[in-house]
Design a protein around this ligand. Sequence first.
Ligand SMILES: Nc1ncnc2c1ncn2[C@@H]1O[C@H](COP(=O)(O)OP(=O)(O)OP(=O)(O)O)[C@@H](O)[C@H]1O
Length: 365
Amino acid sequence: MSQITQSQVEQAIQGYTDPYLNSDLVSAGALRCVSISNNNEIEVELHLQYPSGFLGNGVEQMLQTAIENIDGCQSASVKISWEVLENKSQNSVDAIEQVKNIVAVASGKGGVGKSTTSVNLALALAKDGAKVGLLDADIYGPSQGIMLGVEEGTRPETIDNKWFVPIEAHGIKTMSMAYLVTESTPMVWRGPMVAGALQQILTQTQWGELDYLIIDMPPGTGDIQLTLSQKFPVSGAVIVTTPQDIALADAKKGIEMFNKVNIPVMGMIENMSMHICSNCGHAEPIFGQDGADELAQRYDTQVLGSLPLSKYIREQSDAGTPVVAADDCSEVSMMYRHAARHLAVALMHQAQNRQAMPSIEISDD
Ligand SMILES: Nc1ncnc2c1ncn2[C@@H]1O[C@H](COP(=O)(O)OP(=O)(O)OP(=O)(O)O)[C@@H](O)[C@H]1O
């Protein structure tokens, strides 16, 4: 019996391409350990750096079979593990302890579906096994509580009069200004007050260990948004837009705002990209077409996903069970889940690059 070599095993593993890494797992550097006994009993350990719980036993089984098919193989076992990499912000704000990635979800224009996107991305990451938090920083229309089905009037518990305990909903930890204010304290605060209050909420919440903290930012690219971007230790941003010209022009301002404060834009979500007729299934790009792709190309970023204008998306959010929580395998839920995985991989690449680079401090002076 001839001895099987590591390169034969690697070749078998390379038959599978990870759709999000766009690479086989050996080239992606995921091969942690190969052990081949004199008897050709083979054990392989692979380790990924983004939430790949969705691979489940299926890919392990498939790779195992590919290895078992090597001539002379007696037995094969494949184990895939994962852990999200820490991705610190490059601004000078202190990181939040135990929070690995902070993602700001922003839009240049109001009403494009930023909050809907934030909550479904957060839920999608959690469905793949990540520990996820969601901060509703949209002071103009804090809607995450309603979308997550948190009963009106629910208040977070506090510890030592200093810490807020986030409210858990559908498997994610959430905090919102709406949990703290009453109808008699309306949002009349202006710029610095708002930024200060939100920063306090962010840093005084006991998030615990989180792979991702998603921040649903206030819409627009004015002073408040700029201040928040500077005060939050954001690892990367996501811009939500519709394909409409005016929304795209605002999305461009959003990208430029993040560039100004040295926050990398991980990608764009094109929302309401198509209307699909619920009667005949005809798809129509009522807000235009291809704009987000062109913008992404121009700014050297990517479109993480395109979501249709869908009654199901709206109804589920209104009912307090966003689509990804309601049915994580529905067509639109899968669109959010694909987008979330592309986002996770973009953050992972950025963290890997940062680890490989010497750190450079950039200041305004
Ligand atoms: N893809 C979609 N299909 C159908 N309805 C959607 C979609 N995305 C969002 N909506 C609906 O559009 C409305 C606005 O969405 P959302 O609150 O997420 O937008 P926003 O950009 O956060 O708004 P604001 O600027 O007020 O914060 C909501 O009623 C939401 O349910």
